[in-house]
Ligand binder design. Structure first.
Ligand code: IMP
Ligand code: MG
Length: 187
């Protein structure tokens, strides 16, 4: 299978590794202050949330537990999510009475996080707070109350640092934008 190198289609490096890491450290410190004395359960939304979760929790200086949930929205490539969101991997543990911090890579239309919130609310946690690395605010279709935002970005498709294009490029330490004239889906 032929898969392009990121160098073949990147438009520009939008957020460097250094800037990402500095901001994530700040977010971790803020969360540390805000959740002091609380029993914190971090829920990482797979797969895009995995990079920020791993880096963020190293800057949260509190006892905490981590759980994972997977949600299907964008099925392939750059198609848009339509609000029809499925849970493909659920939590292993009850969240009743816990302070939940959801960690997500990007909020776009808002449908994914909105569905996750609705589902988790039915399980009676003590609180639910959202942390998103990126906020593509111009594309919002449903309101999402994001407490911790890494960066607000414009309406452009991005990749790297957890975010994929056709499931590739999540491993890059920076975030880039795509030149759609140059990108070819894997054949
Ligand atoms: P929403 O339901 O429209 O808010 O979509 C959120 C999900 O879409 C994210 O968790 C990502 O997996 C995916 N997504 C949205 N925008 C991008 C992007 O620019 N690059 C990669 N994935 C994206
Ligand atoms: Mg995602």
């Amino acid at each position: 299978m032929a898969v392009q190198k990121w160098q073949d289609f990147i438009k520009k490096e939008l957020i460097s590794e250094e800037i990402l890491q500095a901001r994530i450290k700040e977010m971790g410190e803020e969360i540390t202050r805000d959740f002091a004395g609380k029993d914190l359960l971090v829920i990482s939304i797979l797969r895009g949330g995995v990079m920020i979760t791993a880096d963020l929790i190293r800057h949260i200086e509190l006892p905490l537990a981590v759980e994972f949930m997977a949600v299907a929205s964008y099925e392939q490539g750059m198609r848009q999510s339509d609000g029809d969101v499925r849970i493909t991997l659920d939590l292993r543990t009850p969240i009743k009475g816990r302070h939940v911090l959801i960690v997500e890579d990007i909020i776009d239309s808002g449908h994914t996080l909105n569905s996750v919130m609705d589902l988790l609310q039915t399980r009676n946690p003590a609180s639910i707070t959202i942390c998103a690395l990126l906020d593509k605010y111009e594309r919002r279709e449903v309101d999402v109350d994001i407490r911790y935002t890494g960066f607000k970005i414009e309406n452009e498709f991005v990749f790297g640092y957890g975010l994929d294009i056709d499931e590739y490029y999540r491993n890059l330490p920076f975030i880039g934008t795509v030149d759609l004239d140059k990108y070819e889906a894997p054949s």
